[in-house]
Design a protein around this ligand. Structure first.
Ligand code: NDP
Ligand code: GDR
Length: 320
């Protein structure tokens, strides 16, 4: 019989890639979506006929119980969150509710309704924040630098705690930044590739950014959803760092993205204090040796290919 998977956050970047990945492996896929006055299913438009969408919200316990009762899942992927770091300073309580306590609500519903389901929690490299060592592993202490990261630390620990308290199969992937043409427009990579395409096509003449010095370990979202799935195919649940092991600055990203269309970014990029953060994460670089060894996972798309894939997709979308 086909395995059943439930994805929260199915309308997001990762949810859409994971849904495609699971459908290709013959899964019956359920997606939890929250009510909205406008449609938010653009990223899953092409596959929506193959999905069962169920209405629920991380803020509403009863809705989570109902969604799990209806889906009867073998695997649950909790990808839903308020995921944009700057918004977590302007809406810290809401971020704590969605991104932190939302995990408890979902785990409680799993415990009550489907205790034998395997559970995946979307943890984040942001938990390392002001990093205590380079590169970061599963054993590196956390020092979160934003309300978002603090909420993710809570989500991470409560996942481990439900495994230890109730014996749930509850795994946590500590994923470093991963991007794609489906990345939200406000995140720096997509903001740059969209800006490059607009400037190249004569639709804009500048791009305003914040801190150009921070460094990130950027991978491709399509590669990273495979790691989520692999974590749930193991005999026992654990924590895994998922990263490329290579770090680049925003300036490196700008060099490649503008260079791809023969432009010099220095002529178009302006720094704007509005995009600076109250506390910054300066440098992230992950060591995913454990995932390579235990899951057999490794990234396929390298940094230059990721940047050019995103620029080309934005050029095509905007009519270039
Ligand atoms: P997105 O922001 O693209 O997607 C977030 C999803 O969560 C959307 O489907 C959104 O629905 C949904 N959502 C938000 N709030 C609620 C709520 N209250 N109830 C139900 N659904 C809700 O994120 P990504 O796909 O990039 O990331 C997926 C997860 O992985 C997130 O938890 C993120 O924090 C985490 N993560 C991401 C990394 C990355 O680099 N992308 C790295 C590490 C962790 P709607 O469409 O209605 O807004
Ligand atoms: P991040 O991603 O905070 O790492 O969180 P984001 O792309 O927003 O920022 C990365 C770095 O770029 C700098 N930056 C800017 N960022 C944005 N958004 N806009 C700008 O104009 C800009 N200029 C410079 C930032 O200061 C920062 O240093 C992402 C999210 O997906 C989280 O949900 C996830 O957990 C982490 O990645 C891993």
């Amino acid at each position: 019989m086909a395995k059943r998977a439930l994805i929260t956050g199915i309308t997001g970047q990762d949810g859409s890639y994971l849904a495609e990945f699971l459908l290709a492996r013959g899964y019956t896929v359920f997606g939890m979506v929250r009510r909205s006055s406008t449609e938010t299913i653009q990223r899953i438009e092409a596959i929506k006929d193959q999905l069962t969408l169920l209405q629920g919200d991380l803020l509403d316990q009863a809705s989570l119980v109902k969604v799990i009762e209806e889906a009867q899942p073998d695997e649950i992927y909790n990808l839903a969150a308020q995921s944009f770091v700057p918004t977590s300073w302007s809406q810290p309580v809401l971020t704590g509710q969605f991104t932190g306590l939302g995990v408890s609500r979902l785990l409680e519903a799993v415990r009550q309704v489907a205790p034998s389901a395997k559970f995946y929690q979307a943890s984040s490299s942001e938990m390392f924040g002001k990093v205590r060592e380079v590169p970061q592993t599963e054993l590196t202490p956390f020092h979160p630098r934003s309300p978002y990261a603090v909420a993710k630390v809570y989500g991470h620990h409560i996942t481990v705690n439900y495994r230890e308290s109730y014996g749930l199969f509850a795994a946590s992937g500590i994923l470093f930044n991963h991007e794609s043409p489906r990345r939200g427009l406000e995140f720096v990579t997509r903001k740059i590739t969209d800006g490059v395409a607009r400037i190249k096509l004569g639709l804009a003449d500048e791009l305003c950014l914040g801190n150009l010095d921070s460094q990130r370990d950027w991978g491709f979202a399509g590669d990273y959803v495979e790691a989520m799935w692999l974590m749930l195919q193991q005999e026992t649940a654990g924590e895994y760092v998922i990263a490329t092991g290579v770090t680049h600055s925003i300036r490196d990203f700008l060099d490649l993205a503008f260079g791809h269309v023969d432009l010099a970014w220095e002529e178009y990029v302006k720094q704007d204090r509005r995009y600076m953060r109250p506390a910054e994460v300066d440098q992230l670089i992950g060591d995913s040796s454990k995932a390579k060894r235990d899951l057999g996972w490794q990234p396929r798309v390298d940094f230059p290919s990721l940047v050019t894939m995103m620029v080309d997709a934005d050029l095509a979308r905007l009519g270039g």
